[in-house]
Design a protein around this ligand. Sequence first.
Ligand code: SF4
Length: 314
Amino acid sequence: MFKTGGQGGGEQRAKVLVSRSLASTSNPQGMDQTVLTTTDHSRERAGLRYVYPVLSRRSRGLSVGVNLNPNNACNWRCVYCQVEGLRKGAAPSIDIVQLGEELEAFLGQVLRGDYLERHLPVGFQELRDIAISGNGEPTTAREFPEVIQAIARVRGSLGIGASVKTILITNGSQLHRPEVRQGIERLASLTGEVWFKVDRVTREGLWQVNRTRMSPERVERNLAMCAELCPTWIQTCMFSWDGAPPPEAEIEAYLEFLQRLWRQTVPLCGVLLYTVARPSAQPEARHLAPLTAEALCALADRICEVGLRVQVYP
Ligand code: SF4
């Protein structure tokens, strides 16, 4: 639903990696025939350390994920987070060579092999994006700028054009670090987009939903910085808690936050409005339930009144 308001060097080894991953889930003919579904976001699907495929219901095609947090560590603990065994912390040291090799080999299979025909349903057999997203906050990786460079190299060597985006999915908490800003600025040149998580904008709300002590002022500052560096969407998840919708005071604070950004002419792409689609792996899971499509659309209408575009994913 869409609503509008206002505004390699290791090629040989890499081939081996993919062959092994394809064999690891083989059928009797030695060919993995598993068809991806929109509910399966397993990071282990390809048998690789950093790279995994996802069937994206949003873009109706293949999203190739880059997971910088194979240690399941994040600096936040969102109550709806689907990462099992999530723990507090940062991304581990990243093996940039391995990441580049995995990505090049996997994308090679997608672009030059029959991966799309074998693993995606008819109507979804297109590579849509490369998404830096995984089992924790990717920008906590010290090598984040090098990761962006590696993706740029692979895109270049495979001749991947502007129709395939590079998306960073982030909680935006690390924008104060110059190397993160440098990486995001470089991302913009790779048909880049940032999806910046903003679920709540009060201290209480940020603690209740994201389990972070980050101040609302910093969220606003970081978001504004990000939007100046690279096309940026706000990504917002709304859900009910013990059957009750988000408190009206939180919704009003959120709308005022958007209005301030709008008045300051922060160049936002718009809002991606979600609800919980898959079960949370956190202790709070039993309290959470999806918001209805009607409730999401009612909120989308209020966001449109601010002047921002909204895409709704019930
Ligand atoms: S920021 Fe993302 S990975 Fe981290 S806890 Fe929240 S949903 Fe999970």
